[in-house]
Design a protein around this ligand. Structure first.
Ligand code: HEC
Length: 165
């Protein structure tokens, strides 16, 4: 009897650990894509002093804004951004950067999201940052952004270089 009681306790503890494991795994998903909005993007750190011309994104004029988690790494053209690091790139109608046409967005997801491509989530949005449309075919974005694999798929090095001009 004593032995089976011990077995039961062991089983109970094992099941408990399993539950704790599942719960922590879920809560590590800190920024679920379906809930992401970017209404505060204009308060984020702006990397660009002035709009820069983007040959890659339709020859439009762009600025780059980063949230707190992305700021220091981007400014150093570093690598391996933490989960929920986000970059918003507004695209403007002209070189003065007055009228925002739309936003392009990248957010770092948890490990396992897209392990072969740096776990980045790609999206676009209206200028307010609230009507967010995830890129279903993000392979198009990745096909080009993978050139910047050394800086974790972001073109931080090129952008910082362009600002010196
Ligand atoms: C042909 C190459 C190319 C494609 C395709 C491309 N990008 Fe980019 N992207 C760039 C370059 C180069 C930059 C650096 C800034 C610039 O020149 O616009 C950039 C910058 C960005 C940035 C700012 C972060 C950074 O890397 O500095 C975001 C966000 C972004 N792209 C999102 C997207 C999304 C979303 C897609 C897919 C719809 C996409 N890009 C497709 C080349 C590309």
């Amino acid at each position: 009897m004593a032995c089976s009681f011990k077995t039961m306790i062991t089983l109970f503890v094992a099941v408990l650990f399993c539950f704790v494991g599942v719960i922590t795994a879920q809560s590590s998903d800190l920024c679920p894509p379906e809930k992401l909005t970017f209404s505060e993007w204009e308060d984020w750190q702006q990397i660009t002093r002035k709009p820069v011309k983007s040959a890659a994104h339709g020859n439009d004029w762009v600025r780059i804004f980063v949230n707190k988690l992305a700021r220091n790494i981007y400014l150093k053209a570093g690598s391996l951004y933490p989960e929920c690091a986000a970059i918003v790139k507004p695209i403007y109608a002209g070189p003065e950067g007055l009228h925002v046409k739309k936003l392009t967005i990248m957010v770092k997801m948890a490990a396992g999201f897209d392990e072969n491509n740096g776990n980045w989530w790609y999206a676009s949005s209206d200028p307010s940052g609230t009507r967010v449309v995830p890129k279903v075919r993000r392979s198009e974005c990745i096909a080009c952004h993978e050139q910047a694999v050394d800086t974790d798929y972001l073109f931080s090095e090129d952008v910082l270089e362009a600002l010196k001009e």
